[in-house]
Design a protein around this ligand. Structure first.
Ligand code: 0X9
Ligand code: ZN
Length: 463
């Protein structure tokens, strides 16, 4: 079923041609975005407003009271068509992936005022389903209580809580002070809203080493990703395990915990479920940076509508965050011999490799498949968690404009994997992973990285 393309982007382009200082719809509605202020405006006594305790809150915070999470199973073409039409028509139903074909499971988040309509639709069209969660806000409230205050001293950094951007950056700076011979803090440049995109280079020394590049947090709400990236850094620097020490010294490491800092900040201050960057397009904000890379841009599994969660942007590589990542890689891929590109996401417990936009196999498909499966087996052995491995197209869903696809195809980085970390595909928590899961999730992912690098080395990729 071909869906009509919405016109908001065209409207935005026209507004731009008129060079209006602010998008017209916002001016007309008096909806000018207010700067961050000290307190939330609409917390009632009944609300927990846990968020206020941990950060400077913006004027309003998104709430998910009585929002339900449904898992639906589509079996007929009619049911697929119904769900496609629903996604197009309603922003009260948040889809995780798109309805594409019969025999597909889909997770959908339905706001409180639409649960009756949605339930009715499921029964009318005989769509089998399970309710995974009845009140998503409860999870979010509990999750915000697991966030360390802003500017938590670097000495208190750990993997028992979630940390905000300033605390992560403060911790990186401390590592550089503590290990000046090994750690160098890097800055890719500023984001759309002017935040630095910081990371580290870890280099223990050694001639002609190859490098691993790790990009994390491109999707703001996937908090487990930055937490896992910082765990990797800690292990590489501090582990006493002989095999880990050897791994750390076998490569140079470029690790950027949060390549979408504006989105990450907003997921604490405004909307826990925010995914994209914070660029403004008329009445909506945000480009899905993992749809914005210039490889088969906007061809599949991406939207041309800035109000949708997978908006690919007004043009390929339109976003400064995308440009910073591309520029960094283009500058360093040869000089630093970057041969491995890993990106961290959640959820679904997958270890995926290119491509996302086509079923066509990459030239080293067989190696990547075997390496991915070995990494998944390592996780099973370590924590008992079941991860699956395969190409993005085969395992999760078709999507275009992803960062690793670009790195593999354009920069010829041979070993490229995207992790979807915990929880499982039918997770009841989705992106809201309890802080007690940080350590085991990061530990199993690190073991998988170790397997990937060791296996790639055995196969001659780093010579
Ligand atoms: O949709 C995505 O971008 C990823 N899943 S997530 O739930 N973390 O949002 C899958 C990314 C794989 N796609 C490409 N690299 N093309
Ligand atoms: Zn993601």
């Amino acid at each position: 079923m071909k869906l009509a393309r919405p016109h908001i982007l065209q409207l935005y382009r026209r507004l731009n041609m008129l060079s209006l200082p602010l998008p017209l719809p916002l001016l007309l509605c008096g909806l000018v975005f207010r700067p961050l202020v000290g307190a939330a405006s609409f917390c009632t006594k009944a609300d927990q407003c846990a968020l206020d305790a941990i950060s400077q809150a913006p004027a309003a915070q998104a709430r998910y009271d009585h929002t339900r999470i449904y898992s639906v199973e589509l079996t007929t073409a009619t049911q697929v068509g119904i769900m496609q039409a629903l996604e197009e028509a309603s922003d009260s139903c948040g889809f995780m992936g798109h309805a594409r074909m019969p025999d597909q499971k889909l997770t959908i988040m339905v706001t409180g005022h639409k649960v009756a309509d949605f339930d009715d639709l499921l029964h009318t069209y005989n769509i089998s389903h399970r309710i995974l969660n009845y009140n998503f806000q409860e999870l979010i409230d509990a999750n915000y209580l697991e966030v360390a205050p802003e500017n938590t001293p670097a000495e208190e950094f750990d993997w028992k809580r979630y940390f905000q951007l300033d605390s992560i950056y403060g911790w990186l700076e401390k590592l550089e002070r503590d290990h000046p011979d090994v750690v160098k803090v890097l800055d890719m440049g500023l984001s759309t809203q002017g935040l630095p995109i910081k990371g580290v280079k870890l280099a223990f020394g050694g001639e002609n080493l190859t490098s691993v590049f790790i990009e994390s947090g491109i999707h703001a709400r996937e908090w487990i990703a930055p937490a896992t990236a910082t765990y990797f850094i800690d292990q590489l620097l501090h582990s006493k395990d002989a095999a880990v020490r050897a791994l750390a010294r076998s490569q140079n490491w470029f690790i950027f915990p949060s390549v979408n800092p504006d989105g990450y900040r907003y997921s604490f201050t405004g909307d826990r479920m925010w995914r994209k960057n914070r660029q403004i397009f008329g009445i909506c904000r945000g480009v899905d940076l993992n749809r914005n890379f210039p490889l088969s841009w906007n061809t599949t599994g991406a939207s041309g509508n800035p109000c949708k969660y997978d908006f690919s942007g007004p043009a390929a590589a339109s976003e400064v965050e995308t440009q910073r990542i591309m520029q960094f890689l283009e500058t360093h891929v040869e000089s630093e011999r970057i041969r491995t590109y890993l990106s961290l996401h959640s959820y679904s417990q997958l270890i995926m490799f290119p491509y996302g936009h086509t079923a066509e196999r990459v030239e080293n498909y067989a190696d990547l498949k075997e390496i991915g499966q070995l990494a998944a087996a390592r996780i099973k052995e370590l924590t008992g968690r079941v991860y699956k491995s395969g190409s993005i197209y085969e395992t999760i869903y078709p999507s275009s404009g992803g960062s690793k696809d670009w790195a593999h195809s354009q920069l010829k980085v041979p070993i490229t994997f995207t992790f979807e970390l915990r929880g499982p595909p039918d997770s009841q928590e989705m992106f809201i992973l309890s802080a007690k899961d940080i350590e085991p999730t990061a530990r199993e992912a690190f073991a998988a990285v170790q397997t990937i690098v060791e296996e790639a080395a055995k196969r001659g990729y780093y010579q």
